[in-house]
Design a protein around this ligand. Structure first.
Ligand code: ATP
Ligand code: MG
Length: 395
């Protein structure tokens, strides 16, 4: 094999003390994602290298494009660190490319290679100018930026740069639970949380028979899109019907959503403890709906001390939709099925709820035991990245 995918880490290279932890996590993630391919992967402090079968290149690239922690990568051609072989190979590679201007950048870590980097730039540049007509050197804005890295035994030649997703490798932060509804926002917030290295599992609150199996399937489909960025996702499905019906029956209707969301947060906190998770992630965006005014958020958040991460807090809907399209969740999210929030939505939800009113309303039914029941009857679906999803006792 005379080619290798050369991966540059980007942001994680600034993490001094944790550097090897970050690199090892990225290495594990890449090995896991490429486990079905005939590849050989190795790493050093600056780079990772994937030797691959030529016929797999396109599918490997599409997998790498979804792995957080990769700043950029190149497809490099390998040749032995011998002047005439480097010259032959470079000429051969460049002859098939279309360009008018070029720049050569040689890096020589092999100090026994007899020609210094700057001099070798001139040697190789002269070679190209002599053999290819109507090209010239442009050191500022070249059409083709040729990199030549001369190492002990091998030399890497590459031109093309592919951008990675950036961020930190998933697993460099502990676990968190994403509140995943069928809407546009929550999958996007899950994607952004994973970008920071958070290992996510998901929680979906459903209220059958007021919500449908199709609404649940939508959430499963969204989880399948999110699993492209991690190794696996557990989707926990909470039967929210008894709680919602009780709120509807006993509480002031303008406070339905506020109290419903306080119940969700109470359940999320218990699930975080149960699954050893450090935070809740959701798709709330300030001002988007009545339950997402700052006053509402404060009153709702009051039931828990666990950090609630809201990656979209300050995003506009249009910005959120743009990311949703990029991660292929948008078309699923806009399929119109009722969610538990929309089924029980009051005509005039309170915009500035009061804590004392919530507490008074919540005294009207025994929500603690309903919460315990919801947690003990949890259904969990495992969704894996490369295998078909395994559905545990569901569907
Ligand atoms: P989205 O915000 O994802 O577009 P939505 O508009 O139905 O969906 P909101 O009413 O804006 O949801 O609720 C804010 C956030 O609360 C959601 O982004 C999601 O994280 C969480 N949430 C709402 N409904 C549910 C649900 N049924 N199950 C799990 N989480 C939910
Ligand atoms: Mg929303």
């Amino acid at each position: 094999m005379d080619k290798v995918i050369l991966i540059k880490y980007g942001e994680l290279s600034t993490k001094k003390a944790n550097r090897s932890f970050f690199i090892n996590t990225l290495y594990k993630n890449i090995c896991n994602k490429l486990r079905d391919y005939n590849v050989h992967i190795h790493k050093d402090r600056a780079r990772m290298y994937i030797e691959f079968q030529e016929e797999d290149l396109d599918s490997i690239k599409s997998i790498i494009d979804n792995i957080f922690g990769i700043h950029s990568y190149h497809i490099a051609t390998i040749v032995s660190s011998d002047d005439s072989q480097i010259q032959n190979k470079l000429l051969n590679l460049v002859s098939s490319l279309e360009f008018h201007t070029f720049k050569i950048e040689t890096k020589r870590s092999n100090k026994s290679f007899p020609i210094h980097s700057q001099d070798y730039n001139r040697v190789l540049g002269g070679l190209l100018l002599k053999n290819i007509s109507s090209i010239s050197v442009d050191v500022h804005h070249p059409d083709l930026w040729i990199k030549v890295e001369i190492r002990d035994k091998e030399t890497f030649i590459y031109f093309n740069k592919f951008d990675g997703l950036g961020g930190y490798p998933v697993g460099t932060q502990p676990g968190a639970l994403l509140m995943l509804s069928g809407g546009i926002d929550s999958p996007v917030s899950g994607y952004l949380a994973m970008k920071r290295g958070i290992k996510l599992n998901c929680v979906y609150f459903e209220a059958m028979p007021h919500t449908s199996i199709e609404a649940r399937n939508k959430v499963i489909e969204l989880s399948k899109k999110l699993v492209n960025y991690t190794d696996s996702i557990h989707l926990h499905i909470v039967n929210f019907t008894p709680i919602q019906e009780s709120i509807y029956k006993y509480c002031r209707h303008d406070y339905l959503i506020t109290i419903m969301r306080r119940m969700m947060y109470r359940i999320m906190e218990k699930l975080c403890i149960k699954y050893n998770c450090f935070a809740v992630v959701n798709g709330e965006s300030i001002g988007q709906v009545a339950s997402q005014t700052l006053t509402s958020m404060r009153v709702i958040n009051e039931v828990t001390n666990i950090p609630v991460i809201r990656p979209l807090a300050c995003f506009d809907k249009l910005e959120i939709m743009e990311i949703a399209r990029k991660i292929n969740t948008y078309d699923i999210s806009i399929i119109p099925y009722e969610d538990c929030c929309t089924v029980f939505v009051p005509r005039h939800p309170v915009i500035n709820p009061r804590l004392d009113v919530c507490l008074k309303e919540e005294e009207k039914f025994d929500y603690e035991s309903l919460i315990d029941e919801a947690i003990s009857s949890l259904n969990t679906i495992s969704i894996n990245s490369s295998l078909e999803s395994e559905f545990s006792d569901l569907l």
